[in-house]
Design a protein around this ligand. Structure first.
Ligand code: CU
Length: 134
């Protein structure tokens, strides 16, 4: 009987400590968010600094669907499907991997001119991606 009365009280204490922990977490994240404004931005987000980039084709999708690279970056396209695919500039002939057999990879060189290039798989033209050069 006595122990039955104690148990619910412990449960309430446990819940209260969880709330305290959550409050501490939110307090912590808000303070770190304000301090990040002072940090210098060295590289724009989404830009590869190393000069190499990678696109993976899986389940008839380009991943990432949108990639930003520096002009002239060598981009490796990995085909993880069993079906052949390509990564082909949709508007001009700025780049084209040619047919990449299933399980294989190919490379192309990003255009030297900055801009946004939409590309497709020339075999499955509903497959779309965007390569941004800047
Ligand atoms: Cu394809």
């Amino acid at each position: 009987m006595f122990t039955n009365r104690v148990r619910p009280r412990r449960g309430r204490l446990g819940a209260a400590s969880v709330v305290c922990a959550l409050l501490a977490l939110t307090g912590c994240s808000s303070s770190s968010g304000s301090s990040s404004s002072t940090a210098p931005a060295s590289t724009p987000p989404g830009t590869t600094a190393s000069g190499a980039a990678r696109i993976v084709i899986k389940d008839f999708l380009f991943s990432p669907a949108s990639l930003t690279v520096a002009p002239g970056t060598v981009v490796t396209v990995v085909n993880e499907d069993k079906t052949p695919h390509t990564a082909t500039d949709a508007e001009g002939k700025a780049f084209d991997t040619g047919t990449i057999a299933g399980g294989k990879s190919a490379t192309f060189k990003a255009p030297a001119t900055a801009g946004s290039y939409s590309y497709i798989c020339s075999i499955h033209q509903y497959m779309k991606g965007t390569l941004t050069v800047r």
